[in-house]
Design a protein around this ligand. Structure first.
Ligand code: SF4
Ligand code: SF4
Length: 421
């Protein structure tokens, strides 16, 4: 056995907890998770059945954690796991799983397959079977502070650009502010207008806020690749700066996985509660709306539909908030089929968009989103995740669709009441 395979199998043993053992034990082989996964529905290939993606981990569980497995193993029988097998499974665990959680939602016995795939990635990364694109993104996150290699000077250039664009000062490193906003790499590079929209909305609402010149990056590549130590280090960067500045809230941006990483995984990763609360930008905007501090005027006549980001809606429970905000500024909002917690993934979450070899597969599975958009007949699609937005824009381009895209924060900012201070 190679040293890397041994590391991988040891990582499998380390993640093998009571929930995983009970999930494997309770599977009734009904196949319902297959119909829930876009990689299976859009390709028809049985290898993309969610529970099948976990086969090496299941083999280890059976061999080392069940009586029958232990007995057959003592007799020199039973299935073993090889490096070749893990290499074969790498595209199943990374390229064809966006950690969207739809299989988990549909499993009749409540197996959290998404949780198991995340855990299995720990063994895959430890044994050297993570894809190159994700390894590179993680290395840049650790060495440079951002998976896209964005340095503090690049971020500050965006801050200055948005200040000029809006004519509003964006506070930087302001101790004692109530809120600290962070951004994903994709927003900083592709959609910096999100920052300008925050500036305009927060000025109207009288919010005390800041950004940090050190801890501006929200994306957590450690979670996507499956290395908890790195995930912890990335979370700690935000925690250290937020607690040093003494902010009460950190605003998770329009990014799905950043929200999961910081809101749900972060305190477990660092082993203690934060001294601040994490609030998603949609939750904050909805609260401002309820408090009468977010005032808009006019509505767009454009037909709009919404792509629900999996980590924010299905996994994060933020379902009503985006709809409250959209209905405030839209007169023709059309829900997609399966909208809300049942919505289908964009096909690029969970680190898949960073995996070059997965590109063709990503366009294949985009067909489900294409059908959903076409069935609404809407001219513009809204979302609340910069990664989804980028993946969707590439899919629209690939299929020559003329659907336009906009983020919710940006949409709301476009309709802010003008005479408000
Ligand atoms: S989490 Fe989503 S992409 Fe991954 S196996 Fe389940 S349904 Fe498929
Ligand atoms: S839906 Fe649940 S019980 Fe059915 S095959 Fe998938 S994991 Fe097993």
């Amino acid at each position: 056995m190679t040293a890397s395979l041994e590391r991988g199998l040891n990582a499998f043993r380390e993640v093998m907890d009571a929930p995983i053992a009970s999930f494997f034990n309770s599977c009734v082989h009904c196949g319902l998770c297959a119909d829930a996964c876009l990689f299976h529905t859009e390709t028809g290939d049985p290898k993309y059945t969610p529970i099948h993606k976990l086969e090496p981990l299941r083999k280890l569980w059976k061999r080392e954690y069940t009586l029958l497995g232990k007995l057959t193993s003592l007799l020199g029988l039973g299935a073993t796991i090889s490096d070749e097998e893990l290499e074969e499974w790498s595209p199943l665990v990374y390229d064809s799983c966006t950690l969207c959680g739809r299989c988990t939602l549909m499993c009749p016995v409540g197996n959290d397959i998404t949780y198991m795939i995340r855990k299995m990635r720990e063994g895959m990364a430890a044994s050297g079977h993570a894809p190159a694109g994700l390894i590179d993104a993680t290395r840049r996150s650790i060495e440079l502070g951002s998976p896209m290699g964005i340095k503090p000077k690049t971020f500050m250039a965006r801050v200055h650009e948005q200040q000029e664009e809006t004519g509003i000062e964006i506070p930087v490193d302001k101790a004692g502010a109530d809120y600290m906003a962070i951004m994903s790499s994709m927003e900083i590079m592709g959609y910096p207008e999100y920052l300008g929209s925050l500036a305009r909305i927060f000025k109207q609402a009288g919010i005390s806020w800041t950004v940090s010149s050190e801890a501006f990056e929200a994306t957590n590549s450690g979670i996507q690749i499956g290395v908890s130590d790195l995930a912890r280090e990335i979370v700690m960067r935000i925690v250290t700066v937020s607690e040093k500045l003494g902010v009460k809230y950190v605003i998770s941006p329009e990014c799905g996985h950043a929200f999961t990483a910081l809101r749900w995984d972060g305190p477990n990763l660092i082993g203690r509660p934060y001294k601040f609360e994490v609030v998603h930008i949609l939750e904050l905007l909805d609260q401002l709306l309820k408090d009468g501090r977010l005032k808009t005027e006019g509505k767009t006549a454009e037909s709009l539909t919404l792509h629900d980001p999996c980590q924010i809606v299905r996994r994060g429970g933020i379902v009503a908030e985006p709809r409250n905000l959209i209905n405030m500024v839209a007169s023709d909002f059309r829900e997609m089929e399966d909208a809300g917690v049942y919505n289908w993934c964009c096909g690029g979450g969970g680190g898949v968009s960073a995996i070059t070899r997965a590109e063709e597969l990503r366009f294949t599975v985009f067909k489900i989103k294409k059908r959903q958009i076409e069935n609404t007949g809407a001219g513009t699609m809204i979302t609340a995740c910069a990664n989804c937005r980028n993946v969707l824009e590439e899919g629209l381009e690939h299929y020559n669709m003329d659907t336009k895209m906009i983020g919710i924060t940006e949409l709301v900012a476009e309709y802010l009441k003008k005479d408000e201070p």
